[in-house]
Structure formats: structure tokens, C-alpha cells
Write a protein that binds this ligand. Structure first.
Ligand code: FAD
Length: 408
């Protein structure tokens, strides 16, 4: 029988120990923060700039660390309905030669009760939203926050919305993503994200077409995550919705005009980039009719995540957006949320210095790990995109040396 991760029970509190918290941004990190803070016994209002709550993009991989967090929030059953559990990850050369494999079940078994889960983003997002609302979150759309001001006794903050409306809270959590306005408010200056030189094409195919071709059908019937590594580019695929959808992400040199973050892509240009790769990739790309491309940027971290008042902090991509090459950006946002919730669960009086201390501990727990993930993402970019030659051969040799878990 699979071991279960203990589910956190909601702390009951009242009076001076109950904080009114505003979370800015209803993305994966913001909704995770709402859940964790509600479980810590506080009130949460989520303000989202978009006109409706939705998630763009196609697939998302959830690794054992964040599957543990999601289960601790009581979401295991709701998520299991939508999750695909891939059997293994294969690292391939760009011509399709197998470099190495890792069995996911054996790997996750080192962390009992955890999983490798693949989701359609919209499913994961909806489960987080449902759980936040079930726990008592108020979520308001059309609420773009443009400023945060410290007010009251210097221990509260007021958010200012684009509409001119202002709302006060004991704590404001900026979870407004990679293009974060609240990060700039915290720093007191403009601070755009840093382009990495890569962009991503993200596509989703119905597997019914693929099943007609035996070479492609094997990518569906035996759910696996595949990484193809090649000169200056790589490609990743995994299946979603129990094999109904095929998710593919192509990571290539950035050719987008300055200032753009997302654009409609040219399918012919995309196909041309991969025409000499593993023949399955051109076949897959021939099934795609339209595509979007996303500039990939990073945020290497911040010296300080919180305002000294203890009334304003940041979380997720707003602080430490990373290249998606470790499939860990959302996982880091969910971990941030869990740690922030844990720190705020210890508050006994909002009038005391406990809020400042809680935010300091939150930052101390998260800073080193998230900065390491951003740096490792940059290193993966270098390693994944090596040109054929001695360095690439040495990379492949080392990848083969990684001990294969038992059961392979
Ligand atoms: P977001 O999800 O961006 O949410 C920010 C929210 O804030 C949005 O809803 C936005 O509308 C709102 N907002 C913005 N400004 C304001 C404002 N001023 N006022 C109010 N609301 C505002 N991560 C993984 O863990 N696994 C993966 O497999 C994975 N794959 C990826 C593949 C690609 C191609 C990319 C680009 C990323 C991938 N990631 C992955 C990373 C992951 O998507 C992000 O790290 C994660 O979504 C960050 O969550 P967040 O809540 O911090 O920000």
C-alpha cells in the first residue's frame, strides 16, 4: 500500500493572532500561498489582474518535492484524477540515440508517499483554486495591483489597485510572476527579467492521430518523459490526461524582437530547426498547425525578499524565476508557499515582532535553495546544448555513470 503524506489540519485562531493577508497573483504560487496561509489559520484575499482565473501553457511536471507539498494540503485525491504518472525519463541524443534512463517509481520510492506527476496546467491550477476557495479564500479578478505602501503603525501595508481602490492588510504577499510589479515596488526601481538567449515553443497534440503511426504510438502507450539534447537546442515531451494529449516543448535560440515576451510562432520555421533530428520529431511537428513562442527569462534572486516592517514579502517567479530545464519553477513557488505558511502558523500576536521574524525565517529557508535552482537551470542550458564533440561525449559518459535505480 502506498504510504500517505500527513495532511495539515487547519489551525483555529482568532483575535490578535489572526492576520488579514492579501496575496497578489492567482498563479500556481499565489494560490499555493493562499492555501498554506489559510491552513495556518489566517484570512486570505487573492487579487488577480486577469479578467478570469485561468492558466496558459500546456503541461507541467510536478516532481516528488512538490507532490509532497500538494498532498500535505489535502489535495491528493483531487489531483490523482488529473495526474499522469510517467514510468521513466529518457535522455536521448538529437539523432534519437539513448544516452541514459531513470525509473521514476524507483526514484520517488526514496521519498515515501511522493510521485512524479504530469498535469495539464489548467487542471493543476483549477485544483489549487478549488482548494483555496474551499478553505475560505476570497479571489477577485480584474484587480491589478500597482503599488504597496506601508501604513498604520508601520506594521500594516496597503495595496493600491489600477482602479484607484486601496485595501489594507497585515501582510501583502507578492506572487505576481516573472514580470512582477511588486518586486519593483520592493526594490524602489525598475528591474526587468533577464533574457536567457532561449525561447520555448509549447505545443499540445491529440494522441489519436499519433496512434496511427507505430513509431509515434510507442511514445504514448508507455508514458515516459523524453529529453532530446542537441546543438544549441533541446526538446522535451510527456503525455497528459492519461495519454489523450501529447505535450511537447522545444527549446531553441531566441530570435524574438526586443521587448516581446510571447508571440505567435511560425510553424515552418519551427519545423526547419528540427528537420535533421530524430525522425519522430519532424513527424510530430508535421501534425502541429499553429504554435506560440515564449521568451525564456530568469530572476537570479534578491538580496532581501521582505520589507523590514514585516508587512510585505514576495514569493515564486517574482523572486527567483528560473529556466524550465529542471522542471522546478512551479515546484519552487509551491515550496515557498508551504514554508511561508509554516512560518506564519507560529504567529501568536500580530502586534509583536513575530511577523518580521516569521518572514526572516521564511527567507532564510528559501533563499539558498531557490538561487541554487536558478544557477543549476543555467548550467543545464550549457550542458544540454553542447555541440557534438569531446565535451558532449564527456557529458554523455557522465550521464551514463549516474547510478540507475534498481528495477531498471
Ligand atoms: P505565475 O504562475 O506567473 O502567476 C502570476 C500571477 O500573477 C498571474 O496569474 C498574473 O496574471 C498575476 N499578476 C501579474 N501581475 C499582477 C498584478 N500587478 N496584480 C495582480 N495580479 C498580477 N515549473 C515546474 O515546476 N515544472 C514544469 O514542468 C515547468 N515547465 C515550464 C515550462 C515552460 C516553457 C515555462 C516557461 C515554465 C515552466 N515552469 C515549470 C515554471 C512555472 O511555470 C513557473 O515557475 C510558475 O508558474 C510560477 O508561478 P508564480 O505563481 O510565481 O507565477
Amino acid at each position: 500500500m502506498t504510504e500517505c503524506i500527513p495532511v495539515k489540519q487547519r489551525i483555529m485562531r482568532g483575535g490578535d493572532s489572526k492576520l488579514n493577508v492579501i496575496v497578489v497573483g492567482a498563479g500556481l504560487g499565489g494560490l499555493g500561498a493562499a492555501i498554506a496561509i489559510l491552513l495556518a489559520g489566517h484570512n486570505v484575499l487573492v487579487l488577480e489582474s486577469a479578467s478570469e482565473i485561468s492558466e496558459v501553457g500546456a503541461g507541467i511536471q510536478i516532481l516528488p518535492n512538490s507532490s509532497r507539498v500538494l498532498q500535505s494540503w489535502g489535495m491528493r485525491a483531487a489531483l490523482a484524477v488529473h495526474a499522469t504518472r510517467p514510468k521513466q525519463v529518457n535522455i536521448l541524443g538529437w539523432k534519437g540515440n539513448l544516452i541514459s534512463s531513470m525509473n521514476f517509481q524507483d526514484s520517488a520510492s526514496r521519498y515515501p508517499g511522493t510521485f512524479y506527476w504530469d498535469f495539464h496546467r489548467a487542471s493543476l491550477h483549477k485544483c489549487l483554486l478549488d482548494r483555496a476557495v474551499e478553505l475560505g479564500a476570497t479571489v477577485r479578478c480584474n484587480s491589478r495591483v500597482v503599488d504597496v505602501r506601508i501604513c498604520g503603525t508601520g506594521k500594516e501595508a496597503r495595496v493600491v489597485m489600477e482602479s484607484g481602490r486601496e485595501i489594507e492588510a497585515d501582510l501583502v504577499v507578492g506572487a505576481d510572476g516573472i514580470n512582477s510589479k511588486l518586486r519593483e515596488v520592493m526594490l524602489g526601481r525598475e528591474d526587468p527579467p533577464i533574457p536567457t538567449g532561449d525561447l520555448a515553443y509549447r505545443l499540445l497534440l491529440y494522441t489519436s492521430e499519433m496512434m496511427k503511426d507505430p513509431e509515434l504510438a510507442s511514445l504514448v502507450t508507455d508514458p515516459q518523459v523524453n529529453y532530446w539534447l542537441g546543438p544549441d537546442m533541446h526538446a522535451v515531451n510527456y503525455v497528459l490526461k492519461g495519454g489523450k494529449l501529447f505535450n511537447m516543448v522545444l527549446l531553441v535560440p531566441d530570435d524574438m524582437p526586443a521587448g516581446a515576451s510571447t508571440l505567435e510562432g511560425n510553424v515552418e520555421e519551427m519545423r526547419a530547426l528540427y528537420k535533421d533530428w530524430d525522425p519522430r520529431i519532424p513527424k510530430l511537428l508535421s501534425m502541429c498547425e499553429s504554435v506560440c513562442k515564449w521568451r525564456l527569462c530568469i530572476r537570479p534572486g534578491m538580496d532581501t525578499w521582505s520589507h523590514p516592517s514585516g508587512a510585505f514579502t514576495l514569493l515564486g517567479d517574482a523572486v527567483h524565476a528560473t529556466l524550465p530545464y529542471l522542471a522546478s519553477g512551479a515546484g519552487m513557488s509551491l515550496e515557498d508557499a508551504a514554508v511561508l505558511g509554516e512560518c506564519l502558523s507560529r504567529i501568536t500576536s500580530k502586534a509583536s515582532a513575530e511577523k518580521q521574524i516569521a518572514l526572516q525565517i521564511y527567507e532564510n529557508c528559501r533563499k539558498g535553495r531557490t538561487e541554487m535552482v536558478v544557477q543549476r537551470g543555467n548550467l543545464q542550458q550549457y550542458l544540454y546544448h553542447l555541440h557534438d564533440g569531446p565535451e558532449q561525449e564527456e557529458r554523455d559518459r557522465r550521464m551514463r555513470m549516474v547510478p540507475t535505480p534498481p528495477g531498471e
